[in-house]
Design a protein around this ligand. Structure first.
Ligand SMILES: *[C@@H]1O[C@H](CO)[C@@H](O)[C@H](O)[C@H]1NC(C)=O
Ligand SMILES: *[C@@H]1O[C@H](CO)[C@@H](O)[C@H](O)[C@H]1NC(C)=O
Ligand SMILES: *[C@@H]1O[C@H](CO)[C@@H](O)[C@H](O)[C@H]1NC(C)=O
Ligand SMILES: *[C@@H]1O[C@H](CO)[C@@H](O)[C@H](O)[C@H]1NC(C)=O
Ligand SMILES: *[C@@H]1O[C@H](CO)[C@@H](O)[C@H](O)[C@H]1NC(C)=O
Length: 342
């Protein structure tokens, strides 16, 4: 079989494959979780879960399942059924002939070709939410040739913040040395005219901004790294000093604010001060994609995949709700054209 037909056969098999529960998922079918683990095992297996994810205390799971089979609460035919489904997929995957992973494609991880694709995904996922205090005076695309520009905010030079959680580690690594990539600051330096002086200051005060006579500022703010419940937040604010950075800088010089976040965050109180606002989500290692669009090598095309709230007390808020009043509605996104020779 060719590789492609092999994978199609594999996918077809998996989709008629087996049902697997997530991390301690069956423990949570009671309220509170673990209220009756025996019940959790019985109810989930009888409902058709074939493989149970038991990250700890697997002896408790085996003990309970054996107990339930012995007292005929779970018929042996159901065990045979689950085992058959699981083995079938393992046979089709060839695990019994070749139990170890095929590493032949590992050399392509992080290849230039893949980075280019990731960079294109960054360009296309950026959403332009504001462009100019007056629409007829847009700030973006930014001129590459300027005397002196300011890049500010910890998120402007931090690969870990760009990548977010589930990168290298579970909760992410808010540092620059976690992996290879391009920070937004580095990308800006790569992109501007060689005569343009780029000044990076994580947290400049108003005097610094005013006295330096910058042509414009790029303020990069956002969230900490997180995954799963560590990202739960009832305030959905960006990290300090993001808000004061916006206030101090945008009050003194023309500014574009780039937000690095895994979701809409509180931004409404500062939008009026900004000249432009870009939601960059979590662009990952390829920060060059952000500069590609800020400086007009490519146009903005991205649209919001969800509503952007004004205040957290509006949440949850969906189209059609009586209190529907978003800062930016789902599907919103301004566009710009690519400019040649900027
Ligand atoms: C726990 O669940 C098992 C299996 O459903 C049931 O037989 C038992 O009565 C339950 N125990 C309690 C204390 O509810
Ligand atoms: C595993 O079992 C031990 C002893 O019964 C208990 O203290 C612990 O909380 C259990 N851990 C999990 C993740 O269920
Ligand atoms: C079933 O699970 C509970 C909770 O983890 C544990 O305390 C109990 O010993 C287990 N029962 C058997 C028969 O292994
Ligand atoms: C990154 O830098 C930190 C702090 O200096 C250090 O502890 C860590 O070992 C470094 N990690 C890597 C992958 O180089
Ligand atoms: C917002 O919530 C997060 C997560 O619970 C918390 O760490 C942070 O301190 C809160 N921020 C403010 C300004 O209250």
């Amino acid at each position: 079989m060719t590789d492609v037909s092999k994978y199609i056969a594999l996918l077809a098999c998996i989709f008629q494959g087996f049902v697997i529960s997530d991390w301690e998922g069956v423990n949570r079918i009671t309220s509170p979780p673990n209220a009756n683990y025996t019940y959790s095992v019985e109810a989930s297996v009888m409902a058709g879960v074939d493989m149970i994810m038991v990250p700890e205390n697997y002896t408790d799971f085996i003990g309970n399942l054996t107990y339930l089979v012995n007292k005929n609460a779970i018929p042996m035919s159901r065990i045979d059924d689950a085992v058959k489904r699981i083995l079938r997929v393992k046979f089709v995957m060839g695990l019994f002939e070749e139990p170890l992973a095929d590493l032949s494609l590992a050399q392509h991880l992080g290849s230039q070709e893949h980075r280019e694709l990731a960079r294109e995904a960054v360009r296309k996922s950026l959403v332009l939410l504001k462009n100019g205090k007056k629409p007829e005076q847009p700030l973006l695309p930014l001129p590459k040739k300027a005397r002196k520009i300011l890049v500010a905010g910890a998120h402007g030079d931090n690969l870990g913040y760009q990548c977010g959680g589930w990168t290298i580690t579970w909760q992410g690594v808010p540092r620059n040395n976690l992996t290879i990539g391009t920070t937004i600051l580095k990308a800006i330096k790569n992109t501007v005219d060689p005569t343009t002086q780029v000044v990076y200051n994580e947290e400049p005060d108003t005097n610094f901004v005013k006295s330096n006579n910058f042509d414009y500022a790029i303020v990069v703010v956002g969230e900490p790294t997180y995954a799963e419940m560590y990202g739960d937040s009832s305030n959905l604010t960006i990290l300090d000093p993001g808000p004061s950075n916006i206030q101090n800088i945008c009050g003194s010089v023309k500014c574009v604010v780039v937000v690095i976040s895994g979701r809409p965050v509180v931004i409404e109180p500062y939008v009026e001060k900004m000249d432009a606002l870009v939601a960059a989500w979590l662009p990952g290692t390829e920060g060059q994609g952000v500069a590609d669009v800020l400086f007009g090598d490519y146009g903005f095309t991205g649209k919001l995949a969800r509503n952007w709230f004004k205040r957290v007390d509006q949440l949850p808020m969906n189209v059609g709700d009586p209190h529907y009043d978003p800062l930016f509605p789902i599907g919103f996104g301004l566009t710009t054209q690519a400019v040649k020779g900027n």
